[in-house]
Design a protein around this ligand. Structure first.
Ligand code: CA
Length: 366
């Protein structure tokens, strides 16, 4: 009897001791984690502090710095300051910088499926894109697509529906696109090429000169607020809408996978939260500033606002479907992403017809 209770008592002591020790070890670890400081570099595809696009990563960095009380500090580099705009993906993938901000469709040469995480012609609008990414399986697919590249992506802003772009000639029929050399990235560019034009991808900072010197005849960029900042109204006459090629473009914040995994859980939560806030903040800013900029462009700068004719839009839509079908036929991963997004778009279109669209119409009735 005595022997048995002694053994039990020793066992109990051991259990307490073990438990106590493991608590000490855990507490020790979390103290170390709470003191650890991280200094990250964030490279972008935009000029430093460029309105909306370039201020989003600054906003993100400031939030993270404040939330973490300086435990995670993120230094933002504009295009060309640390790496050129079109090397952001590789730089973060290889760990030259821990983070990047840009647009997934810039990397379509490496990752065909990436276009779906920015915008595809006649695709989702901003509200729908955010719904698909965060509640429709989009972000999970994006993580899967970027995994082999050592990157963890987050939505990092949304432009809303863009403009079709700046042209020095009128577009009255599809014939007017023939021979047109236009800066237009993503699948929209392939549509323009197939319609008889020539598409090029040039980073934002080089566009003004390219259009001014006739290297290109037309360019799409974003929408009035951003386009006015680049001064395109000084060198192009016609400003066309709607932005069929970018219907609610999502920007991306990417994190190097090892850098992400090195963060303790609380800092990961702060990065996630700040990314979500920066994502919404950009859309809010565009919603407020695009209309004001458009008034100024038309009333003060004499910009000719033009709507693309319906038959041109119908034809561009037809070609877009063709380009998408060919892309997904060649790339099984792109096919999976496309099918997820397309199913979401079908639902969203049906519902938005009786909600958003019906309301837009209703408020114009009076
Ligand atoms: Ca654009």
């Amino acid at each position: 009897m005595i022997k048995k209770s002694v053994i039990l008592a020793i066992c109990a002591l051991l259990i307490v001791a073990c438990g106590g020790e493991s608590e000490t070890v855990q507490k020790g670890n979390s103290d170390v984690a709470a003191q650890q400081r991280f200094e990250w570099k964030l490279v972008t595809t935009w000029p430093k502090n460029y309105p909306g696009l370039g201020t989003a990563p600054e906003y993100f960095a400031e939030l993270v710095e404040r939330m973490s009380k300086g435990r995670l500090s993120v230094k933002v580099f504009g295009a060309g300051q640390l790496v050129p705009a079109m090397e952001v993906f590789d730089a973060v993938s290889q760990g030259t910088a821990e983070m990047g901000h840009g647009a997934a469709y810039y990397w379509k040469g490496k990752v065909p499926a990436s276009v779906f995480f920015t915008s595809v012609p006649f695709g989702l609008n901003a509200q729908e894109m955010n719904g698909w990414l965060h509640y429709g399986g989009g972000l999970e697919l994006w993580r899967e697509v970027y995994e082999p590249f050592n990157l963890v992506p987050f939505a990092g802003g949304n432009s809303g529906v863009q403009m079709a772009g700046w042209f020095n000639r009128e577009i009255n029929s599809l014939d007017d696109i023939k021979g047109l050399k236009m800066r237009i990235p993503g699948l929209g560019g392939e549509v323009i090429t197939r319609a008889g034009g020539e598409s090029v991808t040039i980073p934002g900072g080089e566009l003004y000169t390219a259009l001014q010197t006739g290297v290109i005849d037309a360019t799409e960029w974003v929408a009035p607020y951003n386009d006015m900042a680049f001064g395109f109204h000084q060198i192009a006459k016609y400003y066309y809408y709607p932005g069929w090629q970018e219907t609610g473009s999502s920007l991306e914040l990417v994190v190097n996978k090892q850098a992400w995994e090195s963060l303790p859980d609380d800092l990961q939560a702060m990065v996630e939260t700040a990314a979500r806030a920066a994502n919404q903040n950009m859309l809010d800013e565009y919603t407020a500033r695009n209309n004001a900029a458009l008034v100024s462009l038309v009333d003060e700068h004499g910009v000719q606002l033009r709507r693309l004719p319906d038959d041109v839009l119908i034809e561009l839509h037809r070609i877009s479907d063709e380009v998408l079908a060919e892309l997904v036929a060649k790339d099984p991963q792109a096919k999976r992403v496309y099918e997820s997004q397309k199913a979401f778009q079908k639902q969203a279109t049906d519902y938005h017809e009786i909600s958003e669209e019906a309301y837009y119409r209703a408020r114009r009735l009076r």
